[in-house]
Design a protein around this ligand. Sequence first.
Ligand SMILES: Cc1cc2nc3c(=O)[nH]c(=O)nc-3n(C[C@H](O)[C@H](O)[C@H](O)COP(=O)(O)OP(=O)(O)OC[C@H]3O[C@@H](n4cnc5c(N)ncnc54)[C@H](O)[C@@H]3O)c2cc1C
Length: 503
Amino acid sequence: MPLDMGKSAVIIGGGLGGLFTGAILSKEGIDVTVIEKNAILGGGLQSFVRFGEVFDTGMHVIGGMQPGGNIRRICEYLGVFDKVHIKDVDPETTDTLYFAEDKKSYHISQGKTEFVNALSKDFPAEKENLTAYVDALYNIVDELDMFYLKPSADFIFVHSEEFMMAANDFISKYIRDPKLCNILAYMNPLYGGKKNMTPAYIHALISVLYINGPSRFAGGSYLFANTLRDCIIENNGKVICGDGVKAITTEDRMVTGVRTEKGSEFTADWYISAIHPCTLFKLMEDPSVFPKAYRNRLNEIPNSYSAFTLNIKLKPGTFRYINHSAYYMSRYDNIWSFDDPQKEWPLGFLYMTPPEIGQGEFSTKMVITAPMTWDEVKKWEDTKVGHRGKEYEEWKAECAEKLISRLEELYPDFRDCIEAINTASPLTIRDFYAVKEGSMCGYSKDCNNITLSQVPVVTKVRNLLLTGQNCNVHGFCGVPLTAINTCEVILGRNYVINKINNL
Ligand SMILES: Cc1cc2nc3c(=O)[nH]c(=O)nc-3n(C[C@H](O)[C@H](O)[C@H](O)COP(=O)(O)OP(=O)(O)OC[C@H]3O[C@@H](n4cnc5c(N)ncnc54)[C@H](O)[C@@H]3O)c2cc1C
């Protein structure tokens, strides 16, 4: 980098990316200020209380928290792991999948052998193919030093052909049965998967994390946001909520300061944008500090689809707690069609009973997340939270009804368990997180043009860095790894990785 290591950093955005970046930098002695526009910290880690229950907004299933897991090791390095409340899912059934088309259910198990054995019960002729497929998933992930928190070598890395294959082609390279091919793609909504577009490495990363064992936050994901906040404050950093950055000033391709909505001004040696790049461009007083080609490219990268969420408060003692996630799918051949606005919604959804700390036999709530395209809400795009009108409220009620009636196919008395409901649409996600089109996972990755969606953490503005889900891989398992990349621009190559490995 052209700059000597600075001693202070302002981080714009207090989501998963901003908080991990702030926690790492403050631990390493940088004077950190995190600025979050919402009154509640956390971005996708935010929870809210409705009907007396805590509902999480964008972090329902997490990976990398098993012993030796990458995110767990980062938490151990930060000294926060002991403060995190997580509940591992049932290893024998990490997920169940139900296909309405033939009313058939499948279950997925934790561990390479168990994963193969569980699916081989329904597809015995594919057992060898499944073993080869799972080995191939792990081989792809082995190509990513960062996944295993290995120091990266100082040369240009060339990836295998499979790494950049379309995920659906990768699956069908190993598996013959078309039904099984679709079953193996069941978790593509977790990464905004698109047919012939999403690279195999994204599919492999998420699949391996879940084969290794998923977990869930107990008591609400906001507790994790608060743990990272406390870590920053203990390291003498500051976390400001409820005052978004309104303007960023620059001079000679350097940021000179940020101004907030409430009129406060902050200066630092480094500025880190942990928000969507398209949102960042709107904050620059002089957008031309970024080359036009760069701005055009980032503005035009397609975003992953969004989601509609139904939060349900359950009547006490009526619905048993399920210690895993469950998927409902209308048809097998719809598995790669979540981005198709022509298909009748909902094609499928993920439902779960989030755990409490000290979870008992019955659940107090259920969350249903159904992928949804922006087209469904486009006609209300100019409206604001709380003022979207009667037609919008009626439409949301219809969406909720569709989800409840699908769930009744599996649980005929489910309606009787409902005490109250609350819904969130792609507009809610857009307005709360300030992400374009309410995208669930940020920029879509395209295996046909991988450079289009590659967003380096360094920018042409020399003291402005990027972090968050749009730079590399989204979610709980991707964003903290990118936070390390961003911090190492300031701290030095492999600085954090070596510290984690030397623990
Ligand atoms: C419905 C849904 C379900 C999901 N489920 C899962 C899941 O189960 N597991 C998983 O791993 N991932 C899941 N994800 C994805 C995950 O939530 C994201 O990948 C992750 O939270 C992104 O983190 P981030 O820090 O990049 O962005 P964000 O969490 O969006 O953080 C950005 C922050 O910047 C703030 N901000 C924006 N503009 C400004 C400004 N001008 N000034 C100050 N602050 C600003 C925003 O308010 C926000 O808090 C889900 C996402 C959605 C939408």
